[in-house]
Ligand binder design. Structure first.
Ligand code: ADP
Ligand code: MG
Ligand code: ZN
Length: 620
């Protein structure tokens, strides 16, 4: 759906002139040959011609250089021949005179004036064309006469997007927010009449794969306006001045439309990074590009009817100048989808796929917390590929289950050699997580455990829900820590040895304990006091920052409490596993056999273990 590339466009002037020149030349040539062959002539050999003269049947000849044309005595039949001129035939003229033939001699060039004109005009024309072309380029590109900006500017694409809001699922609030932009693009006059100010620049912010690019296209598609897009990384080139030229081109082309249009700069952080931080003191290519971008945005008329969208997942590193009023002053956050959103996105991406009746998108959504739109799309595709490989007529739930594993931890590395000893350890570790979770009334249920190495993780226990819950009780958090430490507890209990395999478990458990003490006031000894800021969801593993405005004593107490919570949870996990060692063994052995335990089978194995109902002594 791409429009004509900018490369073609840029030299359009030159092409037009060249085309006209070529047409002109051709018509001259055709004209010339037309004149020459205006009458049909019989071609004769020289001796044939002499014979004709001797027989007295020639009335008149016209000689031009080597060419002789003549008319026969009947006055109608014409002929043509070539006569020798170097040396000339000395008998020709006496013979003609003797036979009383009328002789006309023309100067050689006279009737081919067109041709000789061509010989002179052609080079001149070429020179003029070339010269005009150079001038045009110089004007267009400022200093860079042989600019790369235009020739490679095909990176800027103009399209009429076919994507609509129906293709963007699960982020309804965002869609509502951008609805206004769509309305404006559809009918700018409605807003202008009322003096309403529409933001010139809108920044879409969100993690990768949440659908920012998709949303930008959908806005263009909904409003049915031309969509000019370029990716920030395309700006970053080796040649200085290229980026700036592209920015200029981009805005020029959008303005040339003379109607509502969208300019979309994807991954703007590649070019919009804070200035002055570049290598070489900040007079680098990126900075020039950014300056040009700022200048173009400022140079926009109020009624230009062009809206600039940009997308980034790093708004924190953007140059503040970009975010000032009149530039990207509207920020729209595109968050990762929640449970309901994920189900809707799955619906969109399975719309054209053949699903078996056992496929339950709601369950799939439950099993994919943290998945963004791109992951879900990938998931659907993987599932389809798996089903196809197995020559199925429809995609079954089983294919989706496997696809989830693949997407979560990269492609299965079955070839990765893992010793039996290691496998045994991983099996008990994962079984430890699963069993402890099952034994704790408030812990999150386990959906699947696996000992197949994928990506970085050796094995994993998938617990859900993770992010779709926003309120946690102290008990839930403690249970969570306990089940997270269940793996390490099993290691110690069964093998009486601890390994490096629990690194991420420890990090996660510590993070939860830390936020309990310093953010949620869940430690009685520290009290209901907030001692830190946590930037985001604790389970995302984001850093908790401890404020510096409290006493040494408090700091020590906080550390003590975190340690105590973790230790008590750990002891609790060990105790639970010890009490149910038979169950632990059963799960681990089953895991060794089938490598992945999921859904029903896991429930069956766990059901043989009664969940512990009497309250456990809670660490404070
Ligand atoms: P971003 O630009 O935020 O990194 P993209 O827009 O490039 O993400 O998304 C990549 C792909 O993932 C899209 O082409 C689309 O197929 C899918 N996708 C992402 N978010 C959504 C969504 N909300 N609804 C439907 N599909 C989505
Ligand atoms: Mg993108
Ligand atoms: Zn673990």
């Amino acid at each position: 759906m791409n429009g004509p590339g900018e490369g073609k466009r840029g030299s359009r002037g030159f092409r037009n002139i060249a085309l006209i020149a070529i047409i002109l030349i051709f018509s001259l040539v055709i004209l010339q040959s037309f004149f020459n062959n205006s009458e049909a002539r019989r071609e004769l050999g020289y001796s044939q011609f002499l014979e004709l003269v001797n027989s007295g049947r020639v009335a008149k000849v016209t000689i031009k250089g080597q060419t002789l044309t003549g008319t026969e005595a009947d006055g109608r039949t014409k002929f043509k021949t070539v006569i020798p001129t170097n040396p000339p035939d000395p008998e020709l003229f006496p013979l003609l005179k003797e036979k009383g033939v009328e002789i006309e001699v023309q100067s050689e060039g006279s009737s081919s004036w067109l041709f000789s004109a061509l010989v002179w005009v052609l080079p001149a024309l070429l020179v003029i064309v070339l010269w005009m072309w150079m001038i045009r380029r110089m004007q267009g590109e400022g200093t860079s006469a042989l600019s790369f900006g235009r020739s490679q500017a095909k990176l800027i694409t103009k399209e009429f997007s076919k994507v609509t809001f129906a293709d963007v699922a699960g982020i309804d609030e965002v869609k509502e927010e951008v609805q206004e932009i769509v309305e404006y693009l559809k009918d700018p006059q409605r807003f202008v009449r009322l003096g309403a100010q529409i933001p010139k620049g809108v920044l879409l912010v969100g993690p990768p794969g949440t659908g920012k690019t998709l949303l930008a296209r959908a806005i263009a598609g909904e409003a049915d306006v031309p969509f000019f897009s370029i990716s920030g990384s395309d700006f970053v080139e080796m040649f200085v001045g290229v980026g700036a030229a592209r920015v200029r081109d981009l805005f020029r082309r959008a303005k040339e439309e003379r109607r509502p249009a969208i300019i979309f700069i994807d991954e703007i952080d590649a070019v919009g990074r804070k200035r002055g931080a570049g290598i070489g003191g900040g007079h680098d290519e990126r900075e020039q590009t950014l300056n040009q971008l700022l200048a173009e945005m400022d140079g926009f008329e109020k009624n230009e009817q062009v809206i600039i969208l940009a997308a980034t997942n790093r708004p924190d590193i953007l140059d503040p100048a970009l975010l000032r009023p009149g530039r990207f002053d509207r920020k729209i956050t595109v968050p990762p989808p929640d449970l309901k959103g994920r189900e809707e996105i799955l619906k969109v991406h399975t719309k054209n796929k053949k699903l078996a009746p056992d496929v339950d998108l709601h369950i799939l959504a439950q099993r994919t917390p943290g998945f963004v739109g791109a992951d879900l799309e990938n998931l659907c595709n993987e599932a389809a590929l798996l089903a196809a490989r197995r020559k199925k007529s429809a995609i079954e739930m089983q294919d989706f289950e496997e696809a989830i594993d693949r997407v979560i931890a990269g492609v299965e590395r079955k070839s990765h050699i893992i010793s039996e000893e290691e496998k045994l350890r991983i099996a008990y570790h994962e079984a430890g997580h699963a069993l402890v979770s099952k034994l704790l009334p408030k812990a999150v249920p386990v959906h699947r455990i696996s000992i197949i190495p994928r990506g970085q993780a050796l094995g994993y226990t998938l617990q859900l829900p993770l992010k779709d819950k926003y309120l946690f009780s102290k008990e839930e958090l403690l249970d969570r820590i306990t089940s997270t430490l269940g793996g390490r507890a099993a290691d110690e209990l069964v093998f009486n040895e601890i390994t490096t395999g629990a690194k991420e478990d420890l990090e996660q458990a510590t993070e939860i304990a830390k936020s309990m003490v310093i953010s949620y006031g869940m430690s009685e000894r520290v009290g209901p006091i907030s001692l830190g800021r946590d930037n985001g969801n604790v389970f995302l593993g984001e850093d908790l920052i401890l404020n510096r405005d409290h006493s040494e004593k408090m700091s020590a107490l906080v550390d003590e409490e975190i340690k105590r919570i973790l230790e008590e949870c750990y002891e609790r996990a060990k105790r639970l596993l010890k009490e149910h060692q038979a169950a632990l063994k059963r799960i681990a052995e089953e895991l060794l056999k089938v490598e992945v335990l999921e859904g029903k089978r896991l429930d069956e194995l766990l059901a043989e273990v009664e969940p512990q109902t009497q309250p456990q002594p809670q660490p404070a």
